[in-house]
Design a protein around this ligand. Structure first.
Ligand SMILES: C=C(N)C(=O)O
Length: 125
């Protein structure tokens, strides 16, 4: 069974995808970008702010699916500039202070809407 997850507490998709999909046991979030639930794009904000908003979106989508940040198994972080790694990581650590999930962080050529960071997660529920 595939559930489609939607919440107004996270931004609407900017393309042809769902905020998250889920099975009975697992939740897969879409890559979350620094867009507020009201649709404000934080593309000019510092990387720390962009990371905070992207992770807030991940948390909101997981919450709608019945999971929390403590339930995250794996995160993938996409950075427009890998030199932003430390700034991203410092903020990221505030969201996962104990027993953090596995993570991959990669630098990419470009991200949707010109943002600096996109973050996706897989969680149990
Ligand atoms: C922002 C996205 N997750 C996308 O375009 O797929």
């Amino acid at each position: 069974m595939k559930d489609i997850v939607h919440t107004d507490d996270a931004p609407a998709a900017v393309g042809a995808y769902s905020q998250a999909t889920a099975t009975d046991d697992l939740v897969f979030t879409a890559g979350q970008i620094p867009l507020t639930p009201d649709g404000e794009l934080l593309d000019d904000a510092p990387v720390a702010t962009q990371t905070e908003q992207a992770l807030a979106n991940v948390a909101a989508v997981l919450d709608e699916a019945g999971a929390g940040m403590d339930d995250v198994l794996k995160v993938t972080v996409f950075l427009d500039d890998i030199d932003d790694f430390d700034a991203m990581n410092d903020t990221y650590a505030d969201f996962f202070d104990e027993e953090p999930p596995a993570r991959s962080a990669v630098g990419v050529d470009a991200l949707p809407k010109g943002v600096a960071v996109e973050i996706e997660a897989v969680a149990v529920r």
